[in-house]
Design a binder for this molecule. Structure first.
Ligand code: NAP
Length: 328
């Protein structure tokens, strides 16, 4: 049988790069959508670049999406592109809505027009639960987003459900709790903490400025999550799924662990800075791994494993002037 083709939007991002590796291993032909920029931004995919078909397109531009689908005819589409940073969504709420919300409709509508047999994955977020209506949260918990990012993701979720119900598309919304890795953007808190611990240990930085240390998050490991996303598209029927580790930890605990790993007490180095506080924070996000999700839950990891992987990466990256080129 000819190999399956998959289109990944957001292939230059954390999840997109892991998804590309995962699908290549499975024998897929991988088409990655990249947006034009004045500098090349392939740091996360340069090690597999020759095995990918990279095409230019943008979630803001529907014609580019239609064109990509009609030329490359993927069997599966993973929509991992977004303006994904919550803090930025308060500074750029309209742009966030255009990309993270309406961008989903542009892609779904392109699928409806070109090939309604394409299986579609939408990267939804636990940020949709925001001011939580029940603990633990499940696939049927109502949403109360607390940021423009969360609001845009709620739109993306419901338009995915709507296209499934209106047009019979195999459209799946994966409601993922936080997942981290050494490839996480440097502005995200886990990466910021792991990097700072390494830099302070090496004497290159003196302090780490953070927002609310009490914020609780459920952190998993990104490569486990992309496998879960793929599994969602292999089910017999399209549905929505929550994906999480089932454990929450505070930002403060993550800091403590990261500094412990480099043999430091974090207290003299960490400064709480109001500029990193969210105007409205989400409540304790807790999840529920139900019977349906046992298969996904088995794949998930715990906080200390994530911290360890990130620390190893940073020690190598910053301690040595020569990069090894090995990917984590
Ligand atoms: P990420 O590292 O920030 O990657 C975002 C990707 O989207 C980048 O490749 C970016 O391209 C691309 N992009 C942004 N605007 C675009 C546009 N207008 N058109 C086309 N591409 C565009 O995000 P991630 O952590 O991999 O997350 C993947 C998805 O899962 C996102 O939708 C995110 O919101 C969602 N999610 C993530 C988590 C998590 O914990 N990581 C949890 C729940 C949901 P450039 O490289 O050109 O900027």
């Amino acid at each position: 049988m000819a190999s399956k083709r998959a289109l990944i939007t957001g292939i230059t991002g954390q999840d997109g790069s892991y998804m590309a590796e995962f699908l290549l291993e499975k024998g897929y032909q991988v088409i990655g959508m990249i947006r034009r920029s004045s500098t090349i931004n392939f740091e996360r995919i340069h090690h597999i670049q020759e095995r990918l078909t990279l095409v230019q397109g943008d979630l803001l531009d529907q014609a580019s999406l239609i064109d990509i689908l009609s030329v490359h005819r993927p069997h599966e589409v993973y929509n991992l592109a977004a303006q994904s940073f919550v803090q930025t969504s308060w500074n750029q709420p309209v742009f966030t809505g255009e990309v993270t919300g309406l961008g989903v409709t542009r892609l779904l509508d392109a699928i409806r027009l070109i090939d309604s047999d394409i299986r579609f994955y939408q990267a939804s977020s636990s940020e949709m639960f925001g001011k939580v209506r029940e603990v633990p949260q499940t696939e049927v918990t109502s949403f109360y987003p607390r940021s423009p990012y969360g609001v845009a993701k709620v739109y993306g979720h419901w338009i995915t459900v709507n296209y499934r119900e209106s047009y019979g598309l195999f459209a799946v919304s994966g409601i993922c709790f936080n997942h981290e890795s050494p490839r996480r953007g440097q502005e995200f808190v886990t990466r910021k903490i792991a990097r700072a611990a390494a830099m302070i240990k090496l004497g290159k930085e003196k302090e780490l400025r953070l927002g609310n240390l009490e914020s609780q998050r459920d952190w998993g490991f990104a490569p486990d999550y992309v496998r879960g996303m793929w599994l969602m598209l292999q089910q017999d029927k399209p549905d929505d799924f929550v994906m999480a580790t089932g454990r929450t930890h505070s930002v403060g605990r993550f800091v403590e662990l990261a500094f412990e790993m480099v043999g430091l007490d974090y207290r003299p180095y960490v400064v709480q800075d109001p500029q990193f506080m969210r105007p409205a924070d989400v409540d304790l996000l807790d999840d529920h791994v139900n019977q349906r999700l046992v298969v996904l839950a088995l794949l998930l990891t715990i906080l200390s494993a994530v911290t360890l992987v990130m620390w190893r990466y940073h020690r190598r990256d910053y301690a040595s002037p020569r990069r090894t080129g090995r990917r984590i």
